[in-house]
Design a protein around this ligand. Structure first.
Ligand code: SF4
Ligand code: SF4
Length: 346
């Protein structure tokens, strides 16, 4: 196999068992299996994988360019992978969803977030993140994958050399048979089922930091009273205790001045990692129309979780930067936007 040029394609499954989504995953996997220039694998939902799950170890072991298809905004996919040590430059993807169109995110980040601290130790390879919600037509994904195959020239490495560190014996065994990786061990040809992993994957909820936006201002670590954030050896912010985050709560994403905190499963695109922002402001549009303010909303959401934990609510008294606390009480950009919308008589 060594020397044969193949592109690794990884399909990250949807969290649920929606048959339409499963069918798309399976059709893509089957078609990729027929492509001699593609090596395809299926892993459980990326967001739910711990750093040492077999699926993530597999991703960590891929040296060359890789295409990752997931039910996530590409920005969310990129930074979930980065946090687990799966790093690379973002490859340009032409197949994008409606809310990602007309965004040149790479250029936009460099221009709009000049003070961002960026990520470290980026290898010279490309990661193409494709949102599986971008189309319902498998052919559109396959056309994009073929385009990327043409664009890249990845040398296939021996399978065993993909594995770094000291994986468990059972993890190694699974990688020795790609059909098992696809979960199609003894099934009839053409009927790919769910990946059969021995490791349980449960739904998780935690923030993901976009280091192409983050300025290391530390407002999130001050705001979060649940010990989720920490700093690394270089005093760079990181999500240290992912599973200490409160399920369903996106509070700190509303506080971050750079819109750098992503909750990939949140229903609001701007919070879930869509490339654009809402009217250039870090606000949740649904809250805007509900008359709320992003910071006050964040404080309320945090209070709910504090009370659930049997602690006292703190409102705006703790962890709110003065700049933002003041903004809650005085006329600001948000007020102007609301007035503007009123004038439009929507
Ligand atoms: S608040 Fe946002 S910009 Fe500031 S350190 Fe946290 S993630 Fe980075
Ligand atoms: S959502 Fe709440 S608990 Fe989770 S990291 Fe943000 S502030 Fe902390």
């Amino acid at each position: 196999m060594a020397g044969q040029k193949k592109l690794t394609v990884v399909i990250s499954q949807h969290q649920g068992k929606n048959p339409v989504k499963r069918q798309l995953e399976e059709e893509l996997a089957m078609a990729c299996m027929m492509d001699p220039e593609v090596e395809v694998s299926i892993v459980p939902n990326l967001y739910d994988l711990s750093h040492d799950h077999s699926g993530m170890l597999f991703l960590q072991g891929i040296r060359g360019d890789v295409v990752v298809l997931a039910w996530l905004y590409p920005r969310a996919t990129q930074w979930i992978l980065d946090r687990s040590g799966v790093k690379g430059k973002a490859g340009t993807v032409f197949l994008v969803g409606d809310d990602e169109e007309d965004e040149d995110e790479e250029d936009a980040s460099a221009e709009k977030y000049p003070d961002a601290i960026g990520t470290l130790n980026i290898p010279d390879r490309l990661i193409y993140s494709i949102d599986l919600r971008a189309s319902t037509d498998p052919q559109e994904f396959l056309t994009e994958i073929r385009r990327i195959v043409q664009e890249t020239s990845t040398e296939t490495v021996d399978l065993m050399s993909w594995i770094q560190g000291e994986p468990k014996k059972e993890q190694l065994e699974r990688y020795l048979n790609p059909r098992e990786m696809l979960g199609i061990g003894n099934r009839e040809a053409g009927s790919i089922a769910e990946v059969e992993t021995e490791e349980q994957v449960r739904r998780r909820w935690y923030p993901v930091i976009d280091y192409d936006r983050c300025t290391n201002c530390m407002e999130c670590i001050d705001f979060c009273l649940f010990g989720v954030y920490g700093v690394d050896a270089l005093d760079r912010i990181l999500v240290e205790a992912q599973d200490s985050c409160k399920k369903g709560c996106p509070a700190c994403s509303r506080v971050c001045p750079e819109n750098a905190i992503v909750f990939p499963q949140h229903k609001t695109p701007a919070i879930a990692g869509a490339a654009g922002e809402v009217a250039g402001l870090k606000i949740d549009l649904s809250q805007l129309f509900g008359g709320g303010d992003a910071i006050e909303m964040a404080a309320r959401e945090r209070d709910i979780e504090l009370v659930r934990d049997g602690r006292d609510a703190v409102g705006l008294a703790v962890g709110i930067p003065k700049r933002q606390a003041n903004a809650c009480g005085v006329r600001d950009e948000l007020d102007d936007l609301i007035d503007g919308l009123d004038d439009l008589d929507l």
